[in-house]
Design a protein around this ligand. Sequence first.
Ligand code: NAD
Ligand code: UGA
Length: 463
Amino acid sequence: MVIRNICCIGAGYVGGPTMAVIAYKCSDIKVTVVDVDETRIKAWNDEDISNIPIYEPGLEDIVAEARGRNLFFSTDVEKAIDEAEMIFISVNTPTKTYGLGKGKAADLKYIELCARQIASVAKTDKIVVEKSTLPVRTAEAIKSILDNTGNGVKFQILSNPEFLAEGTAVQDLLNPDRVLIGGEADEDGYVAISALVDVYANWVNREKILTTNVWSSELSKLTANAFLAQRVSSINAMSELCEQTGADVNEVAKAIGMDSRIGSKFLKASVGFGGSCFQKDILNLVYIAKSYGLNEVADYWEQVIKMNDHQKRRFASNIVKTLYNTVSGKKIVFLGWAFKKDTNDTRESAAIYVADDLLNEEANIAVYDPKVSEQKVLADLNYLGTRSSEVNEERVIVSEDPYEACKDAYAVAVLTEWDEFKTYDWRRIYDNMKKPAFVFDGRNILDGEELRRIGFVFKSVGV
Ligand code: NAD
Ligand code: UGA
């Protein structure tokens, strides 16, 4: 079976870049990305390519090449479903904020809506691909909806989780470590699997395309994120011990990372991991384990989240302690608000929680992030509901100029590892700050020795 027409429901951080790369690499496949969010679709279609809604290095060029040729963004979900042979579901699957499983389980209402819409619209057989990250055995629920509410057409369900990381999405998509496809082990299943394998094989070496059963594929995605997040929590746990003992976490990470069994990646101590997925996926894993009565398994993974919460809180309380136990009325600068560099995504960013703690201590906060707007920063803080939006607006300013932000500040805190922070004129920043001038490097990216020479009191994580 040769695929000529793909539809993707969800034009977000995964759907947008993933479909852009499929269209870019497969010029004979028409790819239509649909979303209910009109503003987002409008931005994807903006004539000025720099206005596309997601910032990822390299993405503008890919979209510019494919858009209008075989890549289309639209709000007409039904038409796109009707025309496609293969439909990717790439909608959000956030943590439930209500009812059973509140605070842990994945909220699958958007997935269910997609399944019902596909079933009601489809007049020809379809391959439905789970691209969103889903609890293991979700395909069973999707199949039940499709088979019971459809028009008698046949559906095949594949699991094809996405492993891209934000900030490196385009590179990850162009050159993935592996592509994972789970499907049913029968004749129709094999046909569907091989149709999707053939799409990826346009640019990915077939040896890197792994096929499994649906449940292994669904669970591998949660497992991969849990393992990655666990490395960050493990090194962050060591960072606190380093601070007490005179060991240096950067040296420890290097020393253990050179053991090829451990590996050197994902061992950067930090203010804590953020992003839309690690926390939600581990909580989801914890919920699944608990629902099978596997309490020890659940507790084991939950500890990764507890350690991460502790690391964020510890960073904020270190600032308060170092500034003579009070930050009330003091201006603290946040360099970075995004959850990592090279993205405009702020979901679950550590910066939000550190700011919230410092605002509780009555600090004034000035934020500078090269890709995050004032509106977004305030929306992130308002979402927590800790205080009124008026108070947040009074106490938080967002600056477009880092030097302006640092003027008359008592302390600068680095929350995101943007490369440009390393190139600043730190002498100029020092001269315009209150003394003693403090720098808290939550990402261990600045040259501490140089900053101390300038006169800063410099603190980093795990040193
Ligand atoms: P996102 O919130 O950026 O995008 C989801 C989009 O789906 C939104 O624009 C929303 O309007 C749209 N949507 C929701 N319901 C819809 C419906 N019924 N019809 C049409 N559109 C609908 O989310 P994301 O970051 O792209 O994540 C999507 C999924 O991919 C999640 O399950 C996530 O866990 C997973 N994932 C994310 C990443 C990442 O780095 N962000 C990486 C791998 C996997
Ligand atoms: C992560 C995974 O890396 C992707 O493989 C996965 O597809 C994705 O989740 C997902 O399912 O959403 P992402 O969250 O975009 O990708 O970014 P990461 O590079 O994993 O960073 C996550 C957080 O951990 C960031 O806040 C980052 O700063 C932090 N981190 C990462 C550290 O503090 N130290 C490290 O060594 C690595």
